[in-house]
Unconditional design. Structure first.
Length: 271
């Protein structure tokens, strides 16, 4: 039996047990039209990974708790995208600018949700699904600043592509920028990826306190000058805190500084 055929049959077994459970080895071998010894080996392998379990010492099989651990990783991403959209909509309504939530994926920041502001002149680009550089974007800097040191070293060891005259292209400058992001709790990109476009981002923490996403706003530089950063960051933090609440992170984070402006209390949906 080939490895691919084994994987296919293992998947069939899981589908069978999802529909009808428990099933004996004999019943599974009959359903798959394979020898009982083949079915027994497949079940033993699935059991070793906690994907199935026996009812009793020599009983029939049912789905195992290992599937819950696998499913939790998927459901977490689904919940993040769904809940992030609600918070993006609320933040965009207040800021009247384009708002995004991005995650770290394979060395890039990838936007999973976006709400476009309704300004006559704005950022109309569709960012959802787009991979953007970590060193030249506000979301990328937030995600990189809170990523493992091995990921930071990997990014700084590679050539830092230049997109505009303002793009950080020096590993030393990037290291200093990431340290500043961690200290102040937010990141900016001032015409670093696109000319005439500024962006701000704050971290979003998951149930265990680790940064799982970045919440950002993007706007033309004339409407998001550096003098307006504090006001926008305060609103982004409020949005990020509401998203964190939805994700199950309830504790106050001692490492995330809050400026005097604070957040816009009650401005974002609780449910």
């Amino acid at each position: 039996m080939s490895e691919v055929q084994s994987v296919d049959r293992a998947a069939q077994i899981l589908h069978l047990l999802r529909v009808e459970s428990p099933l004996s080895v004999s019943e599974i071998s009959r359903r798959l039209a394979v020898h009982r010894s083949t079915a027994s080996r497949l079940m033993a392998t699935l059991e070793s990974h906690d994907l199935v379990e026996q009812e009793g010492q020599r009983g029939a099989y049912r789905l195992g708790f290992g599937l819950l651990r696998l499913a939790s990783a998927v459901s977490a991403r689904v919940d993040l995208s769904r809940d992030a959209q609600v918070c993006c909509d609320a933040a965009a309504a207040l800021l009247n600018e384009t708002v995004n939530v991005a995650i770290l994926d394979a060395g890039y920041a990838v936007t999973i949700t976006q709400t476009v502001g309704q300004r006559m002149v704005g950022v109309a680009r569709q960012y959802v699904g787009q991979r953007v550089p970590l060193h030249a974007t506000s979301t990328g800097k937030v995600l990189l600043a809170h990523s493992p040191s091995t990921e930071q070293r990997r990014v700084m060891a590679a050539p830092l592509e230049t997109f505009t005259a303002a793009t950080i292209s020096s590993p030393e400058m990037l290291a200093a920028e990431l340290n500043a992001v961690r200290q102040r709790g937010w990141a900016s990109a001032v015409a670093e990826w696109e000319e005439g476009i500024n962006a701000l981002a704050v971290p979003v923490r998951g149930p265990q306190g680790a940064v799982v996403a970045a919440f950002s706003t993007t706007a033309p530089a004339f409407r998001l000058p550096e003098s307006a950063f504090a006001e926008h960051v305060a609103l982004l933090r409020e949005a990020a805190e509401q998203l964190e609440h939805r994700l199950g992170f309830l504790a106050e984070d001692p490492h995330r500084p809050r400026d005097a402006a604070g957040g816009a209390a009650g401005a974002f949906p609780e449910d």
